[in-house]
Design a protein around this ligand. Structure first.
Ligand code: HEM
Length: 397
């Protein structure tokens, strides 16, 4: 972890300068300052930030926090998905897809994922190199999600760009241009998903989207909910899991002994994946609306506030993870305690799938290419919300 830049040393300054490039590149020293100072930090941008692990853990399970009452702004369509609902509608929507992501079902999806990964690695074996983002992580995760939904993979690059454009607007320091970009992306997605749904109605199959349409036919799901939920799965089906694979490969290329252990000891894989997700958490926070005053460790989180639960900071909280900036695969508590998948009723619905995808991608990559090494500049794409890698060039021998 690097030192805070001297411009952030004064107490009169914004402790979480979300828009600053230095902050976006490495927010962790800033988080530590806030964790040390206060359980609730009111940012000049108007949001209330919670940075300590225990407080985040508790608030994620607190019914006084609402997703339904949050102003999603440009992303208001997501109020018709699980993400934007409170009980009981949240439970109704979540139940419709939950049986698709049980460990037993995920074993089937892992076979699909494996096929995409094998294809990508076969090409790399011939050419001697690969660019991990475009050649492996994105096509494998996007392809698997499309197969689960039971739809084709056309316009994959546009889906990816639209998802990134939406992500840029869902953060405190979003600019007008970001919001405009997200508006365009949502309009594009609405057309795209409408076409998919129309096609599916005419050609039913046995994918997850068919399950949504059956729920619609029996009155369990509204048409707007089908649209929003399908858009949500399109977006989350490849975004954070791609980063997990990319960052996992990057971290293990620097740690050959751990890469070898990942290959040789499958029982360690869950632990290593958890540490990859902890040390640089793909989504740095989740957001909620506060419906009543809540006492957080002696400080009031006021009714009416927008609360940012900084899971990326909770994952670096030294009260829970000793020497948090060390990549340490022997942490006894990381699989149970890391917050990368959020928690409570909105805890990630795809986490079993995501972990399995990480195991398949990293396991195959390092078992086939034990001599792999970086072969160029790594390009990152970070905001205060989403951590991303744009380019990760690797030579395999
Ligand atoms: C490493 C990969 C992933 C990470 C780090 C991740 C992270 C998250 C986080 C932080 C949330 C919580 C949002 C909140 O509390 O408001 C969430 C929710 C969700 N995720 Fe994931 N996710 C990942 C992969 C996936 C995948 C592959 C899928 C698709 C199957 C998925 C589907 C969902 C859904 C549907 C929700 C909404 C759950 C709800 O509101 O009840 N995620 N995810």
């Amino acid at each position: 972890m690097s030192e805070l830049p001297s411009s952030a040393q004064s107490d009169t300054l914004d402790l979480l300068p979300f828009a600053d490039a230095t902050y976006q590149a490495d927010p962790y020293p800033y988080y530590q300052r806030v964790r040390d100072l206060t359980p609730v930090y009111e940012s000049p941008l108007g949001v209330h930030v919670i940075a300590r692990h225990a407080d985040i853990f508790n608030l994620l399970r607190d019914p006084r926090l609402s997703s339904r009452q949050l102003d999603f702004g440009v992303a208001s369509i997501f109020h018709d998905s699980v993400l934007g609902q409170d009980s009981p509608d949240h439970g109704r929507l979540r139940k419709i897809s939950s049986s698709w992501f049980t460990p037993a079902r995920v074993r089937d999806w892992s076979v699909m994922m494996q096929a995409y990964v094998d294809d990508a690695l076969d090409v790399a074996a011939e050419t001697g190199s690969l660019e991990v983002c475009d050649d492996l992580a994105f096509p494998a995760t996007f392809g698997t999600m499309a197969d689960i939904l039971g739809v084709g993979k056309h316009d994959a690059a546009l889906c990816r760009q639209a998802t990134l454009d939406i992500g840029r607007a869902l953060r405190p320091a979003a600019t007008e241009a970001d919001v405009e970009g997200a508006n365009t992306a949502f309009m594009w997605y609405v057309d795209y998903i409408s076409d998919l749904v129309a096609h599916k109605r005419a050609h039913p199959g046995d994918g997850l989207l068919d399950t949504f349409l059956e729920a619609e036919a029996t009155g369990v799901m509204a048409t707007a909910e089908v649209m929003a939920t399908t858009t949500l799965f399109y977006a989350v089906g490849h975004l954070d899991n791609s980063f997990m694979i990319e960052n996992g490969i990057r971290l293990l290329l620097d740690r050959p002994a751990i890469a070898q252990a990942f290959v040789a000891e499958p029982d360690l894989r869950e632990q290593i994946i958890a540490e990859i997700l902890r040390i640089d958490t793909p989504e740095q926070f989740v957001t909620r609306y506060v419906t009543e005053d809540i006492d957080v460790d002696g400080t009031i989180l006021p009714a009416g506030a927008v609360a940012i639960l900084l899971i990326g900071s909770g994952n670096m909280d030294e009260r829970v993870f000793a020497q948090p900036d060390e990549f340490d695969i022997t942490r006894p508590n990381v699989t149970r305690k890391h917050l990368a998948f959020s928690g409570g009723q909105h805890g990630c619905a795809g986490q079993v799938l995501a972990r399995a995808q990480g195991e398949v991608a990293l396991g195959s990559f390092f078992s086939r290419f034990p001599a792999a090494h970086l072969d160029g500049i790594v390009e990152v794409d970070n905001t205060e919300f989403i951590r991303g890698i744009r380019r990760l060039p690797v030579a395999i021998r």
